[in-house]
Write a protein that binds this ligand. Structure first.
Ligand code: NAD
Length: 499
């Protein structure tokens, strides 16, 4: 399908896609695919004003009715899964199977949110006073600001958006300037759902295409009661204090540096497959990408040898071609960062296999790389940094205690895994003395989470949780209600006051 047809099928208006200052290029070949008008500070204000007006109406709509709107959005996504998945690949460079997987994740969270719209429960609590009842009510919080990263351009928005909408909160979304088209397509699909829904207020969903400068202003607007920001730790550390300064809430979903421990009892056939997907999938550009492999020394040589063989079988190339497993990096900046890091770790004693540029002749303006394996004598500060590219560091360990120490000895705490068939090792890894991450897996890799669980990580990953489980609570405010149905006025703690 031509780009023109693809854009039209997703409801993007051709006249909005040309003549603007923001040029959007496909990482597949570096060619421009659109140029968009960027929002000014005034546009941002106007959009937040509209969302705030929408909040005043939407908060009083019964939650199951709000869920109906998300059910309709899920239907639009089902109808347009192929087209939106294709656009994700075109704009972000991930392979088509992963682009479609991302849209499936959106459909899944829509289903979850629809169910949730009838389950926004509070507790009833035993009161210490006779003739009194205590309970919790959960109310809509206010307008939610969503800032998203280029690597999951639509799924992460949908985790936030679907929950926010059923919880009663309009959303103002600032997508990455590297992937604005997918955001506009989501907005167009949501508009179709709104049309079917009928009576929703204007301003439930606003998209802001803007530079960091304008994005910055978003952080200071007190009407955005919650900012859910996904991106680098550097971004999080800039915005978090500002939002805290105005007592706004945050969900921070920041960088990861995910590890896997492979023990002598591991099923190596499974482990090698899991490592491959987790380390090279999405060209190493997942927050949950496997970046550090910690292997027991007795099986180290075998694991590395098998891994190198598996790496040699990977097809790197056009992400829209059916046999490709690894597409391009997002841009030259990502390529340069990868090359600089490979040089730095080689200086620290790392043995680098792979990592070079591929297909440069065919795609002089795109950045395809051979995924790299780097055998490290120890975990250095550079290994402790997240390099957003397919670099897998491999290190040896002797005892499980030592492996867990190495595993936890990085600033980030997103995802982790262990491959073992030893119950004691598995349970130790998931215990309080084990992995210190927000996601802790046994016999699967660290990437590829399902929407049903709470997603997020500890330490410099930011501590936020979104998607499944009880993450919805972040989008609501809790009121504790005490109701006196007696004819007396007993005080709590038995206090006598003026009697
Ligand atoms: P990035 O930090 O460069 O940008 C992310 C978003 O933040 C973009 O929309 C960007 O415009 C915005 N931004 C950056 N600085 C800002 C500022 N000062 N004020 C307001 N907005 C600002 O990240 P990226 O390169 O797009 O994405 C890759 C990073 O995202 C990696 O570190 C990856 O681990 C992380 N990530 C984390 C998760 C998670 O759930 N933990 C998920 C996906 C990506």
């Amino acid at each position: 399908m031509s780009n023109k047809k693809l854009f039209a099928s997703l409801g993007l208006d051709a006249k909005d896609l040309r003549g603007g200052d923001l040029t959007v290029c496909s990482p597949i070949n570096g060619a421009p695919i659109a140029s968009l008008r960027v929002d000014t500070a005034r546009d941002l204000k106007r959009k937040i004003d509209r969302a705030q007006q929408a909040f005043l109406v939407w908060r009083t709509v019964p939650a199951p009715r709000r869920g109906e709107l998300i059910r309709l959005l899920g239907n639009e996504l089902r109808r347009n899964k192929k087209a939106l998945g294709h656009l994700v690949s075109l704009e972000n460079g991930k392979i088509l199977a992963e682009g479609m997987g991302e849209v499936q994740e959106m459909i899944d969270i829509c289903d979850f949110a629809v169910g949730l719209s009838r389950q926004l429960y509070g507790l009833t609590i035993a009161s210490e006073r006779p003739g009194h009842r205590m309970m919790e009510s959960w109310h809509p919080l206010g307008v939610v600001g969503v800032v998203s990263a280029f690597n999951f351009p639509v799924a992460v928005w949908s985790w936030n958006f679907t929950l926010a909408i059923v919880c009663g909160d309009p959303v103002v979304w600032k997508p990455s300037t590297k992937t604005p088209l997918t955001a506009l397509a989501c907005q167009a699909l949501f508009k179709r759902a709104l049309k079917r829904f009928g009576d929703a207020p204007d301003g439930l969903s606003e998209v802001v295409i803007a530079s960091r400068k304008i994005g910055d202003r978003m952080m200071d607007d007190p009407r955005l009661k919650l900012i859910s920001a996904t991106g680098s730790t550097a971004m999080g550390s800039k915005i978090a204090p500002r939002i805290a300064g105005r007592f706004g809430r945050t969900i921070l979903e920041l960088g990861g540096n995910n590890g896997m421990i492979v023990t002598p009892t591991a099923d190596l056939d499974l482990a090698i497959r899991a490592i491959l997907f987790a380390a090279v999938g999405t060209a190493g550009q997942r927050c949950t990408t496997l970046r550090r492999l910690i292997v027991q020394r007795d099986i180290y040589d075998e694991v590395v040898e098998r891994l190198k063989k598996a790496y040699a079988s990977i097809t790197v190339g056009d992400p829209l071609a059916p046999k490709t497993l690894v597409g391009p990096l997002i841009d030259k900046g990502a390529y340069d960062t990868m090359q600089n890091m490979l040089k730095a770790v080689a200086k620290e004693g790392g043995t680098v296999s792979g990592g070079g540029r591929l297909l440069a002749r065919r795609y002089p303006k795109a950045y395809y790389v051979e995924p790299a394996i780097v055998e490290m004598p120890k975990q250095t500060d550079n290994v402790g940094e997240e390099t957003f590219a397919p670099i897998l560091y491999v290190m040896k360990y002797r005892t499980l205690d030592q492996a867990i120490r190495i595993h936890n000895d990085v600033p980030q705490g997103l995802s982790s895994s262990i491959f073992t068939n030893d119950l004691r090792e598995a349970e130790t890894f998931v215990s309080a003395a084990g992995s210190d991450c927000g996601i802790v897996n046994v016999n699967i890799g660290p990437s590829g989470a399902e929407i049903g669980g709470a997603f997020g990580g500890e330490k410099e990953t930011g501590g936020g949780r979104e998607s499944g489980s009880d993450s919805w609570r972040a989008y609501m405010r809790r009121a504790t209600n005490t109701i006196n149905y007696s004819r007396e006025l007993p005080l709590a703690q038995g206090i006598k006051f003026g009697e």
